[in-house]
Design a binder for this molecule. Sequence first.
Ligand SMILES: [Zn+2]
Length: 321
Amino acid sequence: MAIAARLRSRRAVLRLAGAGALGAAVALRAGVLRSPESGDGAATASTTTLSAATLATPTATPTPRPVPAAGRSTSALLPGTPWEASFDVTHSGLAGPTVLLLGGVHGNEPGGWLAADELRSWQPAIGSLIVVPRANALAIRTLERTLPELGDLNRLYPGNPDGLPMARMAAAITALATAHHVDLLIDMHESWAFYGERPQNGTAYLGQTITSGAGPASATIAEALAAAVNARLVVPRDRFFSRGPNAASSGNSANGQAQAPGGADVTATPGRSTSSLSLGRHVAALTPVLVEMGQDGQPLARRIELHMLVAHTVLQLHGMA
Ligand SMILES: [Zn+2]
């Protein structure tokens, strides 16, 4: 089903509140989108006045990346292993950003992976959409965050092809994002308590938050996305808080793995993150975004809808929906 039609069918439930934040969209585009045609037109015009000797050693100019042909393909990460995770790549056939939607990093956060199951069939208007709906299939099967023998995918970036299963998966995701020149990664998680209702600061209260990691759009994307999503919501408890750029995702990653207390998805030690928010350090031009949906008192069906609304808003902000 087309994105617009699907969202229309859910509008009554979502109680959307009219138009999105167009201003934020414009600002966001400037921050995220690549300029494939970054060649210098003035230099081209001036070449008619250059000598033959100069022309013999031309300066290399940037060339636009070829636009993939329109179509959808299904493949798998770690194919043939017990941890195999299928994914879909949908190219619009038109130039534009590439967005990667990642679900199922933690098996006890079903709102994310059940929403991602539906997102894999979405058709982007421009650019390309990649969806990995169930990154940790064995944890999903047992509804556990993860299993000790698998490792925690959100603590293992950029991954290790010879490591624990989820270290291998992290390496496969990093390679996938690199191969497809992903601009924006949306990592879809859930947290028990709501950030807006927290009695104190802490990693256990991240529900309804959007956090960005190091990357070209890091400074603006979380705030712009939260504002655009909130403009479509009328129930106060549904609304998202921008936690802005995550300090731990920038800087040097050479000091090993960070482990947040309580199994939270966002680490707090500057320069130590090995969560998905650190992926911008490993994949050129990628900005990661981590979405946390609150579970406490929020029905699963609603969490799925809100994850889909966030994803749709991401595409809208980039002219992809
Ligand atoms: Zn999680």
